[in-house]
Design a protein around this ligand. Structure first.
Ligand code: BJW
Length: 251
């Protein structure tokens, strides 16, 4: 059933949302869909770039084999992102950051839209499309929104690559550990706009649940985590997060 009014938000979720102190939110590409950012999967489709499935072009092997092609794919996506803005869901989460005494936002997204909306201290599990990293000395460089990116490392002169986590690569040091610690401690965990297929990110709600948290999924489609969740809100994040907030005001 599509939810359209705040009174349709399950009462147990309203209560938890009103009283929780420690809250964790895990987001995926779906939260940016209403801003116009294409998702990787969902709706039975999977992203393709110039005939290459995204898990081929966004892979560690491709960085070794054809770094210019990888840059072309990321330059194209940054080009799209330049004109896009955060949506109601990104903005709602900024409000949650100030509402709960211990709040952790973990994102798999590389688009920077949470930060653009005003979120701080975001755990970026898969890096950022707005940074480049040297393949030799690992120095990172911000990529300006309205200027050309550097081609080579200003420290050692070697090639730069996107500072994102590709398939088969390790996550940034400490990112999973910080997120897992917050997941183990949280009372309420939201899983928003992710197909929950990619690990270790998808293990965070499992950790939260094992440690007693109440789990709420927000997604137009079911995912492998849906059965684990206490509440599954079927629909778009930009609409449903506002309803959750409104439901709290009414209770
Ligand atoms: C809406 C909506 C709306 C639409 N509102 N919702 C355990 C088991 C099996 C495999 C593994 C395992 N542990 C590790 C692995 C290997 C691998 C993995 O998970 N593979 C699986 C796919 C099988 N993981 C890794 O390789 C990770 N590294 C790692 O584990 O290192 C240790 C290690 C190293 C070597 C060997 C072994 C271990 C790294 C994963 C990195 C993922 N990178 C990518 C690309 C980033 C760069 C780029 O941007 O190109 O990250 S892949 C891609 O998927 C991207 C995303 O962050 C990630 C997750 O996708 P997400 O966010 O869930 O998006 P979608 O598109 O899948 O879903 C969108 C959802 O939104 C859908 O459900 C829609 O319905 C919904 N939606 N509109 C709300 N309006």
């Amino acid at each position: 059933m599509q939810l359209t009014t705040a009174s349709q938000i399950p009462v147990e979720l309203q209560k938890r949302f009103s009283t929780a102190q420690r809250v964790l939110v895990l987001t995926g590409a779906g939260i940016s869909a209403e801003s116009g950012v294409p998702t990787f999967r969902g709706g039975g489709n999977s992203a393709v770039w110039k005939g290459l499935p995204f898990d081929v072009i966004s892979s560690a092997q491709m960085v070794k084999r054809d770094l210019p092609a990888v840059w072309e794919w990321f330059d194209y996506r940054r080009g799209i992102l330049k004109s896009l803005a955060p949506n109601a869901a990104h903005k709602a989460i900024v409000g949650w950051q100030n509402k709960f005494s211990e709040f952790t936002l973990v994102t798999q997204n590389v688009d920077g839209l949470h930060q653009y909306a005003g979120a701080t201290d975001v755990i970026e599990m898969h890096g950022s499309i707005w940074r480049a990293r040297c393949i030799s000395c690992h120095t990172t460089f911000e990529i300006p929104r309205n200027d050309r990116r550097q081609e080579d490392c200003a420290s050692c002169g070697d090639h730069l690559r996107p500072d994102v986590v590709l398939f088969g690569e390790m996550l940034p040091t400490g990112a999973f550990e910080r997120a897992a610690e917050a997941a183990a401690k949280c009372e309420l965990c939201f899983v928003i706009g992710t197909s929950a297929l990619v690990y270790p990110a998808a293990s965070l709600p499992e950790i939260a649940k094992t440690n007693g948290a109440f789990l709420c999924e927000v997604n137009p489609e079911r995912t492998p985590l849906s059965d684990l969740c206490d509440v599954v809100l079927t629909g778009k994040a930009g609409e449903l997060l506002d309803l959750i907030e409104l439901s709290e005001l009414k209770s």
